[in-house]
Design a protein around this ligand. Structure first.
Ligand SMILES: NC(=O)C1=CN([C@@H]2O[C@H](COP(=O)(O)OP(=O)(O)OC[C@H]3O[C@@H](n4cnc5c(N)ncnc54)[C@H](OP(=O)(O)O)[C@@H]3O)[C@@H](O)[C@H]2O)[C@@H](O)CC1
Ligand SMILES: Nc1ncnc2c1ncn2[C@@H]1O[C@H](COP(=O)(O)OP(=O)(O)OP(=O)(O)O)[C@@H](O)[C@H]1O
Length: 433
């Protein structure tokens, strides 16, 4: 017995040794990776410096002093070859809106292709750059996708968004998503929900168009009728997990993919994706917005092993790749956004208040921003960057800013409705100033 005990202890000690050896190797490898990233970023900054010094010397003498590194990215100089840099006034006259680019009479702050690529390159070299600098750098990209408000457009051109969700238990979530889409700037917001949820949702707001079809026998046909008119779809807020509703959601996703509509999948929509990843796998206009719990479920379903929670950035990259380079937003203390090539953190200050429904605000906003970003990409005003990633970053910034502003007013009693009240001013502060 004693001998056995001795052997057991010896083996334990060996196992422990080997664990620490492996851990050390892992940490060394991680250090090497970080150093390489840092070096890459320094290189990018040097290139950036060269580029801007070239540009400022080519600019007319009237353009004032050389901007600082960050300021030059946030307020890019006008390049002589930047043909897509239209001013607000010009754009409405020069562009004839096509159905895909309805919303795209672009504003003046359009970055040219090289600038967009550099902003993202710099952004991706996470190394030593502070998050505030990163946020400052990428905001111009978001500003460039926001359609200007002009008298030349008609109702619907800035976006018609559909929300698939709303059942007996959950009426708040689809309302939050749909009203957020409107407040961000969509012209029309449709909710496709079950019959018993519809009257409740309608009573929250006369602004929403509510279709009580989700549990009808011909739900898919009923929703399909509207698809040609929708620019973006958000699937999942308050959908519930009944098989019949999930089956309808799945078929609507398939039909929307065939129409090339940007699709945001959140909440119970992610439950469906966890059961059947192929429903959205590889669809480049698909964006998933899991919270930590939803992310873990999806990760483990795809990787068939428990998730190691120590490295969220790596997990987000891995899951995005496994999903066919779909854009993912892992929500949390920092929102992490990835399309499998890199990870962009959004850490604009929010607050410590974690009331339910914040994710619905995010997914509803994202439905609109995804439409705008893909329309900008189709029109050639947003190039070299993934429109879904730009939209996702915008929605994360906006949600956090709303949280921060609402918290300043209401403190501990902040609710998602208070955050929704802040969308207008938060949007203006972030994307229109
Ligand atoms: N007013 C309304 O109508 C609203 C309706 N909503 C709708 O509700 C439906 C279900 O959505 P859901 O998120 O509650 O479901 P699910 O994924 O099972 O999570 C449940 C459990 O997961 C955990 N957990 C969550 N986050 C975590 C984190 N970051 N980190 C760690 N753990 C975390 C946590 O576990 P616990 O702490 O309780 O053990 C939690 O209880 C969906 O349709 C949604 O749209 C909401 O939008 C809110 C407003
Ligand atoms: N720990 C945190 N610190 C700061 N902000 C956070 C934190 N967790 C979440 N958030 C903010 O809340 C947003 C929504 O994340 P959350 O995890 O609440 O989503 P959710 O559970 O899907 O929401 P919902 O209640 O709508 O279902 C995030 O995008 C982020 O802005």
């Amino acid at each position: 017995m004693e001998k056995l005990m001795e052997r057991f202890l010896e083996q334990s000690a060996q196992a422990e040794d080997s664990f620490y050896r492996m851990e050390e190797q892992r940490l060394q490898a991680e250090d090497r990776r970080r150093e390489a990233e840092h070096a890459r970023e320094l290189h990018m900054l040097q290139m950036l410096g060269q580029m801007f010094s070239g540009v400022s010397s080519a600019r007319p003498a009237s353009s004032s002093s050389t901007p600082s590194k960050t300021a030059s990215l946030a307020r890019p100089p006008t390049f002589s070859g930047a043909s897509q840099s239209l001013t607000r006034g010009q754009s409405a006259q020069l562009r004839r809106p096509s159905p895909q680019t309805d919303c795209l009479t672009q504003q003046s702050q359009v970055l040219n292709r090289d600038q967009q690529a550099l902003v993202f390159e710099r952004y991706y070299g996470l190394g030593s750059t502070s998050h505030r600098d990163m946020d400052d750098d990428i905001l111009p990209l978001i500003k460039s996708i926001v359609p200007p408000l002009t008298s030349k457009k008609h109702k619907g051109q800035d976006g018609r968004i559909g929300i698939i969700g709303g059942c007996q238990d959950y009426t708040g979530a689809p309302y939050f998503a749909a009203i957020s889409a409107l407040k961000v700037g969509a012209d029309l917001s449709h909710v496709f929900c079950t019959k018993d949820a519809a009257t409740v949702i309608k009573s929250y707001s006369p602004e929403l168009i509510v279709h009580p079809v989700l549990d009808s026998p011909n739900a898919v046909e009923e929703i399909e009728k509207w698809l040609p008119r929708l620019h973006g779809l958000v699937v999942g807020p308050g959908l519930g997990r009944e098989d019949l509703l999930l089956k309808t959601a799945k078929e609507v996703i398939e039909k929307s993919k065939a129409r090339d509509i940007p699709i945001v999948i959140d909440a119970d929509g992610l439950w469906l994706v966890t059961q059947q990843p192929s429903v959205i796998q590889g669809y480049q206009k698909g964006i998933l917005t899991p919270n930590f719990m939803e992310f873990t479920r999806l990760y483990e379903s795809l990787h068939h092993e428990p998730m190691d929670s120590r490295d969220h950035q790596r997990n987000v990259m891995q899951l995005s790749v496994a999903m066919g380079n779909l854009t993912l937003v892992l929500k949390g203390e920092q929102d992490l956004i990835s399309d499998g090539s890199n990870v962009i953190p959004c850490s604009i200050e929010g607050s410590g208040r974690r009331c339910g429904g914040q994710g619905d605000l995010l997914s509803g906003s994202l439905g609109v921003l995804a439409h705008w970003a893909h329309a900008a990409s189709a029109a050639g005003t947003l190039r070299s960057v993934n429109p879904s990633v730009v939209a996702a970053f915008g929605a994360c910034c906006l949600t956090r800013q709303c949280n921060s502003q609402a918290f300043q007013r209401h403190g501990r009693s902040t609710t998602t409705s208070d955050m929704i009240q802040e969308i207008g001013s938060a949007f203006k502060k972030l994307f229109e100033s």
